[in-house]
Design a protein around this ligand. Sequence first.
Ligand code: ADP
Ligand code: ASP
Ligand code: MG
Length: 409
Amino acid sequence: MALIVKKFGGTSVADLERIRNVADKIINTYQQGDDVVVILSAMAGVTDSLISLARQITEMPQKRELDALMATGEQTTAALLAITLQSMGYQAQSLLGFQAEVHTDHAFGNARIVDIGANRIKNLLKDRCIVVVAGFQGCDAEGNITTLGRGGSDTSAVAIAAAIGADACEIYTDVDGVYTADPNICKDARKISKISYDEMLEMSSLGAKVLQIRSVEFAKKYNVPVHVRSSFSEEEGTMVINEDTGMERLVVSGVTYKKDEARITVKKVPDQPGVAAKIFGPIADAGINVDMIIQNTRQGGQTDLTFTVPRTDLKQALEIEKKVAEQIGAEDVLGDDTIAKVSITGVGMRNHSGVAAKVFSTLAKENINILLISTSEIRISCVVSEKYAELAVRTLHSAFNLGNANQTT
Ligand code: ADP
Ligand code: ASP
Ligand code: MG
């Protein structure tokens, strides 16, 4: 007898028929004698609709209330699935985040799980009850409802799996695994049968939203094997696990893209010690994350400084930088929210040279201009104009032969 956590995403619970399909999958496992804990997302589109309702009232709704509002999406599906299972003759109970003792910090909208007291879940399991937990939500030390950031039900699932010592954590979604690129934009993408936590961390942080990055962090930290698979088929999906010898040794294993960043250029900055601190200090104080930075040395003791911030923070960051520019005597500050970051990842890059050069020449052949570059041991990212993002993904995917198993650089 095993203890299995199953998480179903928004499209998998989009209507009552799909909830019934989810119930069938759960019962299959339960009837084999396994204990099952289910984590659910809200119905597809519901979280967006709830946010837009609040924004019709005010552009900046208070984050605490927004969390209370967004959490209702998962409350609805959890209760509906419990009712469905009960109507089919099974013992089931829904739990909200606070009832499942998902304790978080106070960061409304992007809270981090601090700990999970799994007693209530374990007690229900002892009675052979199917436990259905509302994903994406927790509560802070004062009992306020918090949410874990978009896509956060993945993190609820992996964290709960770790807390109850589950044997497996299955993430059911609308694709049948992790692919070498988003299969919805790259028809040639290939399903990866096994991927290491480190590669998945890179892919998630660089735009592969199939797993929220924090869920992969949890999986790695607590060594939870994660199986990403389809709600709509029985096929084996992708195992996200520790790097092992049985894994494909690909130089490049995936291509991703993100369109949620914006670029700021501070023009003609005096090229003096301390200037970078003056530019980035106030941005950090405002809690805005800077991702990529590039400094172009210019003639005459002046330089242009370009960096990226989350697109949602662009307006605030521009206001801050305009003040800084006046203080330090920079010429101007420009913002651009029509950029995309395209990245390739792969642990094999550690021991291969020439990968970056191949990325640049591939993009050049398509006349795609590279605006910013950043690299790590197992990643190369290029910022390009947003309109070229999909083309860049497809071109890089084919340049590195990712559609085929026999890949070369
Ligand atoms: P869910 O609602 O089930 O959580 P998401 O929409 O959050 O589903 O994540 C699944 C989506 O992730 C897919 O529909 C696909 O478009 C996207 N995706 C992006 N990159 C990848 C990738 N490399 N492999 C698989 N899916 C990807
Ligand atoms: N419903 C939340 C969202 O849309 C959480 C999730 O689906 O994982 O982001
Ligand atoms: Mg998701």
